[in-house]
Write a protein of this length. Structure first.
Length: 545
């Protein structure tokens, strides 16, 4: 009877923390194995699917907002300066970029914060080791009027230009070399004042931004509010998400700084002009509110090659400013003649007309998934999609049938750093973004990935512990060497019909009939080996060092 009970626990397709309010709430065997990274208060955490901490990094700053684990194991994190160095202030404000090694040592920091400019939301790593920094820069009211801004749309008597700078870090210092720059204010058009140089036909110039377009807003200084920067190496293009305009934009990164300030040059011949835009054709006079598809979206990016839905764009569509307000995850296929060259018919809106995939909460209350700010969605290698409903600090994973196969609630207050006790409700746990890395990600090679405790106070790991079953029955089956560094062998006189290897979160990673198991491509940790013999089944534990 005991054997049957233990096997039932091992094979059960769904495990749930009935009483859990934070940390891992539910998990199934269909979850994508990996480690999830997020930044909250003065820390960045890397956790496994059980919510156990694999690594953490301490900073003196709250998020400012993005965080990335680099392939070499370093951590790139934006921090929020609260020292009065800049008068520029809005959600996502930052000011300092920090680079940590795996052990938490700061190996580079870079401040980009004055009363004239300030980093916000993003510091995005490039394959060449440089960092793309997003910043707001101040344009005076007089200069904005010279650019054709309607004076009645200047309640703050200034506007924020959105700027990208590419910085080459000088490790071991607080310095860096700016090697490339792009500014949206170099790519404006308007039809308000025909005495200005950028006067033109907005409807026939979708590659330019109308300086007088405001989207159900007051036209304040923070009129664009770009909230994400994502780079695609194959295209050498950058995807930007402009929240206040409710559009995503694609620009060319192959230009020189001089070309980026014009409408010519670069791989695609259009300089720093918009190569593609989508989400709100009202912004360039090619649609009405009924054609609008994005509502304050976040974290748009091209899905990399080799993953399901490769070359499509995935994003979190927050649902801000629509009625009723609810969030969804969208995947679209931008129409391309060839890779990176987008199809466009003059006098129309950019395609596509419909999404390839949309996830929202079904039923009578779609607003049960709603984050007015922050958030992201990520395509995972096994076909699942990771979703961060950031305003609630709620992260979940969807399988191909849109079933939730993993749920996690961040237990840390972003404002105070207070950690929630299991059984209590988390508060103030806003999470900008969550990103999952597969176990074969290069950052994990040679690292100690032994799980620590979960973040929450008094955690309950019942579901994951159900997989960590004591060896039982069929004692004629043994594993050696155990622990092991690379390979482990089965010793038995019985016929091996099949064996399967699982992670402690229930993800099957290997299946074979061999008596040799190679764990060389998997990180250190505890694994479960399920052995099928002619006499039955047994489960063994093996530790990879």
């Amino acid at each position: 009877m005991l054997k049957k009970l233990l096997l039932l626990l091992f094979l059960a397709p769904f495990y749930t923390f009935g009483q859990n309010t934070v940390g891992t709430i539910s998990i199934t065997n269909d979850v994508n194995d990996g480690y999830t990274l997020f930044s909250v208060h003065n820390k960045a955490y890397l956790i496994n699917n059980c919510g156990e901490v694999i690594n953490e990094w301490d900073s003196a700053y709250r998020p400012g907002s993005s965080v990335y684990l680099l392939p070499n194991g370093n951590l790139l994190r934006a921090g929020r300066l609260e020292d009065g160095s800049s008068d520029i202030g809005f959600g996502g404000q930052g000011g300092i970029i920090e680079l940590f090694d795996w052990d938490g040592n700061i190996i580079w920091s870079y401040t980009y914060s004055t009363n004239q400019y300030r980093q916000h939301h993003e510091a995005h790593p490039l394959p060449n080791g440089n960092v793309l920094i997003l910043a707001a820069t101040v344009v005076s009211g007089a200069d904005a009027i010279d650019l054709g801004r309607d004076p009645s749309l200047l309640p703050d008597n200034e506007l924020y230009n959105e700027q990208l700078i590419e910085v080459q870090p000088i490790l071991g210092t607080t310095n860096g070399n700016i090697v490339w720059e792009w500014n949206i204010f170099d790519h404006l058009i308007q039809d308000f004042d025909n005495t200005k140089q950028n006067f033109g036909n907005v409807a026939t110039s979708p590659e330019k931004l109308d300086i007088n377009f405001i989207n159900n807003d007051t036209g304040g200084n923070n009129w664009l509010h770009i909230n994400s920067v994502q780079y695609n190496e194959e295209r050498d293009q950058i995807v930007l998400s402009a929240r206040r305009v409710s559009e995503i934009w694609v620009i060319d990164h192959s230009t020189t700084t001089a070309e980026a300030a014009t409408g010519s040059g670069g791989t695609y011949g259009k300089g720093g002009d918009l190569l593609y835009r989508w989400g709100n054709p009202q912004a360039y006079r090619q649609g009405t509110e009924t054609e609008r598809t994005l509502f304050g979206q976040h974290s748009a990016y091209f899905i990399p090659d080799g993953l399901p839905n490769e070359d499509k764009i995935i994003l979190f569509n927050n649902g801000f400013q629509r009625s009723p307000e609810f969030s969804q995850v969208d995947i679209i296929s931008p129409p391309e003649t060839i890779l990176g060259v987008f199809d466009y018919t003059p006098g129309t809106a950019y395609g596509p007309l419909a999404t390839d995939y949309t996830y929202s909460e079904s039923g009578s209350d779609p607003s049960s998934l709603f984050s007015v700010i922050v958030s992201n969605a990520q395509q995972l290698p096994n076909g699942n999609i990771l979703v961060c409903e950031g305003n609630q600090g709620y992260v979940f994973e969807l399988d191909s049938n849109n079933n939730k196969v993993w749920e996690y609630i961040n237990p840390v207050s972003n404002g105070t750093g207070a950690i929630t006790e299991q059984g209590e409700e988390a508060a103030g746990n806003l999470t900008f973004r969550a990103v999952k890395y597969n176990p074969d990600y290069p950052a994990f090679i040679g690292r100690d990935l032994t799980p620590g405790l979960p973040i929450e106070i008094n955690p309950d790991l019942t579901p994951c512990n159900n997989l960590s079953i004591e060896d039982f029955d069929f004692n004629t089956v043994t594993l050696y060497p155990n622990p092991t560094k690379d390979e482990v062998y089965l010793n038995t006189n019985e016929e091996i019909l099949k064996l399967e290897v699982y992670t402690t979160s229930g993800q099957k990673i290997l299946q074979s009939k061999s008596t040799k198991i190679s764990l060389i491509n998997y990180p250190p940790g505890l694994y479960l080996v399920k052995v099928y013999t002619s006499n039955g089944q047994s489960v063994k534990k093996v530790i990879k060092q």
